[in-house]
Ligand binder design. Structure first.
Ligand code: UDP
Ligand code: MG
Length: 153
């Protein structure tokens, strides 16, 4: 099973939408294997958003990501990286399709509810950035035979 990182952004927490967003991933059948609340700082955002450092909106993006704590979640599932990314929808929420998280809860290219890892390789790097091995919880998945076919693992 793949693992991917979701960051519930500060604005989502402030708007009281964190539970609804977590619920969407739960209802899809993804398994929550690690979760914590954290106040991000500039140092970690310089690394996490290094690909955007030269963009004019970078300072605003960082301000938004430090405006309140975030909720860091690791979701596990078959092909979870792509599934979670598609559930989030387009980066610019005004272009995100209704039914996606951004398409249902946001009007902004910046304040777009969640971060999701964009590849399996980056998911591993990002999960290591925010979680330690002891943060992961190993617990039974008794419904897996109802969620998946035998070859979906
Ligand atoms: N962002 C923004 N303006 C843009 C593009 C991105 O404010 O034109 C912000 C937005 O919050 C986005 C984050 O920067 O989620 C990271 O950008 P990325 O291109 O990695 O998009 P994502 O992977 O989050 O869809
Ligand atoms: Mg990205």
């Amino acid at each position: 099973m793949e693992r991917t990182l979701v960051i519930i952004k500060p604005g989502t927490l402030q708007r009281g939408l964190a539970g609804e967003i977590i619920s969407r991933f739960e209802k899809r059948g993804l398994k929550l294997v690690a979760m914590k609340m954290k106040q991000l700082d500039q140092k970690i955002l310089d690394v996490h958003y290094a690909h955007l450092k030269e963009k004019p909106f970078f300072p605003w993006l960082c301000d938004g990501m430090m405006a309140a704590p975030v909720i860091l979640c690791c979701w596990e599932g078959f092909e979870a990286v792509k599934v979670v990314r598609e559930m989030a929808g387009a980066t610019n929420a005004r272009k995100a399709v209704p039914g996606t998280i951004r398409g249902d809860y946001s009007m902004s290219a910046q304040e777009n509810i969640v971060h999701t890892s964009d590849s399996l390789e980056n998911a591993a790097i990002e999960l290591d950035r925010f979680f330690s091995p002891e943060d992961y919880c190993d617990y039974p998945s008794p419904l897996n035979s109802y969620l998946y076919a035998p070859d979906e693992k």
